[in-house]
Design a protein around this ligand. Structure first.
Ligand code: CP
Ligand code: NVA
Length: 305
C-alpha cells in the first residue's frame, strides 16, 4: 500500500506522473467533464487542526472523481479512546484513503504503520507534501517547466518550506531560502535531501535579497505556524526584515510570480500590494491544491490496485 507522508515517498518520475494526471483532469474539468475514476472509493479526513483549503479541496476533488468523503474530527477519539493499533486496524477496513492533518509528524507515521489503506499527509509540523505539489504545478503552468528555474522562499524553515525544498530538489528546480538565524531549515533534513537528490541545488542564506536574485517565483508563509501561537510576538521581532514587499519582489527576476500557501497574515510576512499584484498567483495556487490532489488520489489508486 503506497502512502504520501512526505515527498521522500515519491520519485521524480512518480511526481511527473501525478502532475500529468492532475493536468489531464484539470483540462477535462474545464470542459465540464468529471470522470468517475474513484467511484465507490471512500476517503476519511482525520484532522487535528483547522483547515480551509486542504479539507475542502480534497472533499470536492473526491466528489468530482465519483468517490465520497467523511470528515473525522475530535469525535472519533484518535489517540484518546483506544490504542493506535486498534484504531488503525479498524478504520482502514472502512476506508480507501485517509488524509491526515496532525500536530506531530510521528502521529501520521504511527497511523500509517497500523493502517492497511493509503495515508496522505494533509499537513504536519514537518511536512506539507500536497501543498508543495500544488506549488510546483502552479510554477510549471506559468513557465512551462521546472528544470533550472529558481524558486525563492523568504521566511520560516517550516513544514511548507521543507516540502517545497524537497519538491524543487526532486524536480530539478533551484531552491533558495532566506530565514533569520535560528529559524533555518535543519541540517539533518538538508542532508537527507542531498542523499535523496544528489544533483539538487538548495541554498540557504540570511539575506532575502540574495535569495530572490534571479528567482522566477517568490514564496512566503506565516512567521508563526499553527501550534506556535505563543511564539508570535518573539517571531515578529525575528522576522521583521523578512517581509515580502514590492522592493523585494522588484529584486527578483522580471515578471517573477508571488506564491503563498495561505492563510496569510497580510501586513506581516507579505504586503497587500504583493498579495493583490498582477504577478500574484495565490488564488491559482490554492485552486491547484484540488487538481494536484486529484492526481495523488488517482495515482495512489492505480498503485494500490
Ligand atoms: N494551505 C493550506 O493547507 O491551507 P489550509 O490550512 O486552509 O488547509
Ligand atoms: N506553516 C503553516 C501552513 C498552513 C497551511 C502552518 O503549519 O500553520
Amino acid at each position: 500500500m503506497r502512502n504520501l507522508l512526505s515527498l521522500f515517498d515519491l520519485s521524480t518520475e512518480e511526481i511527473e506522473a501525478i502532475f500529468s494526471i492532475a493536468a489531464d483532469l484539470k483540462a477535462k474539468l474545464a470542459k465540464g467533464v468529471r470522470e468517475p475514476l474513484l467511484q465507490g472509493r471512500v476517503m476519511g479526513l482525520l484532522f487535528e487542526k483547522q483547515s480551509l483549503r486542504t479539507r475542502v479541496s480534497f472533499e470536492t476533488g473526491m466528489a468530482q472523481l465519483g468517490g465520497s468523503s467523511l470528515f473525522l474530527g475530535e469525535d472519533v477519539g484518535w489517540g484518546k479512546r483506544e490504542t493506535p493499533q486498534d484504531f488503525g486496524r479498524v478504520i482502514s477496513q472502512y476506508l480507501d484513503f485517509i488524509v491526515c492533518r496532525a500536530k506531530s509528524h510521528e502521529r501520521v507515521t504511527e497511523l500509517a504503520e497500523h493502517c492497511t489503506c493509503s495515508i496522505i499527509n494533509g499537513l504536519t509540523d514537518l511536512f506539507h507534501p500536497c501543498q508543495a505539489l500544488a506549488d510546483l504545478m502552479t510554477v510549471q503552468e506559468e513557465f512551462g517547466s521546472l528544470k533550472g528555474m529558481k524558486i525563492a522562499y523568504v521566511g520560516d524553515g517550516n513544514n511548507v518550506s521543507r516540502s517545497l525544498a524537497l519538491a524543487c530538489a526532486k524536480m530539478g528546480a533551484e531552491f533558495a531560502i532566506a530565514s533569520p538565524e535560528g529559524y533555518e531549515l535543519d541540517q539533518p533534513f538538508l542532508i537527507r535531501v542531498d542523499q535523496a537528490c544528489p544533483d539538487s541545488f538548495v541554498k540557504m542564506t540570511h539575506d532575502p535579497f540574495e535569495a530572490v536574485d534571479g528567482a522566477v517565483a517568490v514564496y512566503t508563509d506565516v512567521w508563526a505556524s499553527m501550534g506556535q501561537e505563543a511564539e508570535q510576538a518573539q517571531r515578529e521581532v525575528a522576522f521583521a526584515d523578512y517581509q515580502v514587499n514590492k522592493k523585494l519582489m522588484d529584486a527578483a527576476a522580471k515578471d517573477a510570480i508571488f506564491l503563498h500557501c495561505l492563510p496569510a497574515k497580510r501586513g506581516q510576512e507579505v504586503t497587500d500590494e504583493v498579495m493583490d499584484a498582477k504577478t500574484s498567483r495565490i488564488v491559482e495556487q490554492a485552486g491547484n491544491r484540488m487538481h494536484a490532489q486529484k492526481g495523488v488520489l488517482v495515482w495512489l489508486s492505480q498503485q494500490n490496485g
